[in-house]
Each structure stands twice: as C-alpha cells, then as structure tokens.
Design a protein around this ligand. Structure first.
Ligand SMILES: Cc1cc2nc3c(=O)[nH]c(=O)nc-3n(C[C@H](O)[C@H](O)[C@H](O)COP(=O)(O)OP(=O)(O)OC[C@H]3O[C@@H](n4cnc5c(N)ncnc54)[C@H](O)[C@@H]3O)c2cc1C
Length: 416
C-alpha cells in the first residue's frame, strides 16, 4: 500500500494540525510526553476534568469520534482521516483514553444494533465525553470462555417487560467512573450457552449496582468487580433480540480488537531514544553491536505491526467489518511491550528498580510499562485465545474440540 498522503489527505492533515496547535491544552504537553499510560498521564490537575475538557473542545469542532456519523456526534470522516487525526493529535490523545472503551467498543456496538431513538439518546453524549461507558462482559468464571457467563436476567413478574438482573462481573475497566455499561447477560439457561444470551445497556448509577474497585500491582485501581442485585433494566435498553446477545457481542469484540490492536504501545520508539542517551559499561548503548542487533529485531517487528494495522484500517475504509487480523496486532504489541520494557530496565542496571518519576530514567516510563504489560496480554483476549483465533480464522486450522457443544447451559456439569 502507498503510505504517502493523497492530496486530500495532506490537506486534511494540514487543517487538523493547525487546529490542534491552536486548541490543544499545550500547558499539559510536557507531562503528557513523559506519560506511559493514560491513568498516570497528568498529576498537575484533575485528569478526568482535563480529559472531559479536551474531548468537549474536539466535539464542538466536529473532531470527536471522527468516523462516526455526524448525526450521532461524530465527525463523518473516513477511517483513514481518523488515523491522520490520531497521528497529529499525538500525546494529547492520551487525554481521550478514558473514553476509549465507550467510543472504540460500546459506541460501534450501539451504531450497529441500537434503534434510532437509542442512538440519538446515547451516542452524542458518549462522543462529547459527557458520559463514560464500561464493558460488563467478563465474570469470575467467564473470561476466555465468555459464553459461559452466569449473570442472569429474568423478565420482571409485574408485566412491565423490564428485566431483573442478578450476578457479578469482574475486570470492568473504569466501572467506578462510568455512567453507562454494556451488559451481556444470560436470559435462557435451557439452550446451549451461546444461544441464551442477551445484550443490554445499563445506567451505572441504578439501584442494585455495587462497584468495588480492585487495587493493582502498580497502585492503580483501573478496574472493578461489579455486583448486580435485583437490578431493574427497562426493555428499551436491550440491544438486538432476546437470545441474540452472542451475535451482538461479536460486533463488540471485533471492534475491541481493532481499537486495541491498531494503537497499542510497543515501547520501541521509546527504547530507541533511551539507547541513544544511556551510558553502559562500554559506552553509549546505541554504539554496542549487541544492543543494535536487538533493536533492529524489535524495530522490524514494530514496523510490521504498523503495516498490519494500516492494512486492517484500509479494509475498514473499504467498508469491510473489522476482521481476525486485528488479533495479530494486540498479540505482537503486548509481547513487544513486555520485551522492550524488560530490556530497558536491564540497560539501566541497578537503577532499573527505581519507580519514582523524579528519580528513574525516562521518568519511570519503562517501569510503568513493565508492570502494565501482563495486563495488556490478557485484556481484550489473552495471548492463547488470540493464537486460537489466528489458527482457526486466518490459517484455517481445525477448531478446538468443544465438549459442551449443543448441550443446554443448565445441563453442563459444573463444580457445584
Ligand atoms: C487490565 C484488564 C482490563 C480488563 N477490562 C475488561 C473490561 O473492561 N470488561 C470486561 O468485560 N473484561 C475486561 N477484562 C477481562 C479480560 O477480557 C479477561 O481477563 C480475558 O478475557 C481472560 O479471561 P480470564 O481472566 O477469565 O482468564 P481465563 O479465561 O480463566 O484464562 C486463564 C488462562 O488460561 C488460558 N486459556 C483459557 N482458555 C484457553 C483455551 N481455550 N486455549 C488455550 N488457553 C486458554 C488463558 O489464555 C489464560 O492464560 C480486562 C482484563 C484486564 C487484564
């Protein structure tokens, strides 16, 4: 493919570059440039308020959710223009990461499955950052095997058509600050597991929702356990038909892998910069042939990843749905992030154990990255599951045997 801008793309790039220069919160640029991840992006002011302010500024100018239709708060631009925007937005894009699940995963699911009224009610406030969304899929006993989930939604007995939900979700990123959640629940236990699911969206402030944040190794509490006890959801907040939840979730998961796979950090440019600046026992790291050999390998992998992402974006530009090739992006990026961060710490020697941004090399960027890398290998599908998808859907290898295939969910033997 041709990586040069067409004349129209170059004109768009020039327009957005000058708009970003004039409107982005430049006072935050030094902090954002040192930030490894959005959760630690800024300390000098309230990060959520800064994120909302930047998102609103973009929305008012038509630069929020660039490829969504304009009537739902989007920009009406092409996927390629969205990529150009992300390149030009640079570090300011970190401010919008808090909206990534809503805008990259839940929003596209609503666009595909919601009624016109539902879209008009929910999408503009999602695009403008006024409302934050989370994804209520995984459970303690349903992660890779998502269709095994046990959260149960039953019709209310009062004839209202509402649903009463009981169960527990796990790993729900940003649940503690979310206004809405996309919820996958079981509505029929008497049919095979994929057939008895239904998708809803739920007001996270509803009575019956208890959000309990989980503290992680790096000190953050970015995800939560979410308990639902007699939670009432109106039927108008159902997406797709009763029992069609698995079909709806395929849209969500494909967009999730596209969203993660095409913009995951690899740490490669940051490692290159570190090697140009750090002294080892034999001199500047970049002058060491052993360091250069490792860098060459990682740079080649990062470039291959970039081209794979561009191929995926090009196919979406042609109107195709996000496909299994996005699994390659996340798989390779998460592994690269772990390898490059570990190597950067090795190069730092004993100083590698420092985590304080004031004391550590590169403001502790690689230390943060190393603690985050295991999560990257799980979130949005674990390495093994992505390898299974690549094996089956790209390479055409036989599917894994499924011992519960065709068996009603309530007849699958379990521990209890
Ligand atoms: C930081 C983070 C944020 C997350 N955010 C969200 C969120 O917002 N919403 C949400 O719903 N979920 C979220 N998740 C959950 C994520 O999707 C799950 O962790 C993931 O799908 C794996 O599920 P599990 O943790 O239950 O592990 P399990 O499914 O129990 O897997 C355990 C291990 O077994 C392996 N394994 C399982 N099945 C197979 C198989 N068939 N073949 C080979 N190996 C297999 C897995 O690869 C893994 O190594 C998040 C996870 C993380 C780490």
């Amino acid at each position: 493919m041709d990586f040069d801008d067409t004349p129209e793309e170059a004109a768009f790039r020039a327009t957005v570059r000058s708009w970003i220069r004039a409107n982005a919160p430049r006072r935050l640029e030094p902090e954002l440039s040192r930030a490894a991840f959005a959760s630690k992006a800024i300390a000098s002011e309230d990060p959520l308020a800064a994120s909302r302010a930047w998102q609103k500024t973009k929305a008012d100018a038509g630069y929020a959710c660039l490829s969504w239709p304009k009537e739902y708060g989007g920009g009406g631009f092409s996927p390629m223009q969205q990529v150009i925007w992300q390149q030009e937005e640079g570090v300011f894009g970190l401010l919008s990461m808090i909206f990534a699940i809503g805008q990259g995963v839940c929003g596209p699911t609503l666009i595909s499955w919601a009624s016109d009224e539902q879209k008009a009610a929910r999408l503009p406030t999602l695009a403008s950052g006024e409302e934050i969304w989370c994804q209520l899929f995984s459970e303690p006993a349903a992660g890779s095997d998502l269709a095994a989930l046990r959260t149960y939604a039953a019709r209310a007995e009062d004839g209202s058509g509402d649903w009463i939900v009981n169960g527990q979700k796990m790993w729900t990123s940003n649940a503690h600050i979310s206004d809405w959640g996309l919820l996958l629940a079981r509505t029929d236990r008497t049919v095979p597991k994929h057939k008895g699911l239904t998708m809803f969206f739920v007001d996270m402030r509803s009575a019956g929702i208890d959000v309990r944040p989980v503290r992680q190794a790096n000190g953050d509490a970015g995800f939560s356990e979410v308990f639902m006890t007699d939670l009432r959801i109106p039927d108008v907040q159902r997406l797709g038909g009763v029992g069609e939840g698995w079909k709806v979730s395929i849209t969500t998961l494909a967009n999730e892998r596209m969203s993660i796979g095409t913009r995951s950090m690899t740490g490669v440019p940051e490692l290159l910069e570190l090697c140009c600046n750090i002294e080892t026992a034999t001199g500047l790291a970049i002058d060491d042939p052993a360091v250069r050999a490792k860098l060459a390998l990682w740079i080649a992998r990062a470039n291959a990843l970039r081209h794979t992402a561009m191929r995926a974006i090009s196919s979406v530009s042609r109107g195709e749905a996000p496909g299994p090739e996005n699994s390659v992006g996340k798989l390779v990026a998460a592994e690269l992030a772990r390898e490059t961060a570990a190597y950067a710490l090795e190069l730092q020697g004993q100083a590698g154990i420092l985590t304080s941004p004031e004391l550590a090399q590169s403001a502790g960027w690689f230390q943060t990255m190393l603690l985050r890398a295991p999560a990257m290998r799980l979130a949005g599908g674990s390495d093994e599951i992505l390898r299974n998808i690549i094996a089956q859907r790209i390479l055409g290898l036989p599917a894994e045997p499924r011992v519960d295939k065709g068996i009603p969910f309530n007849e699958i033997p379990t521990g209890r």
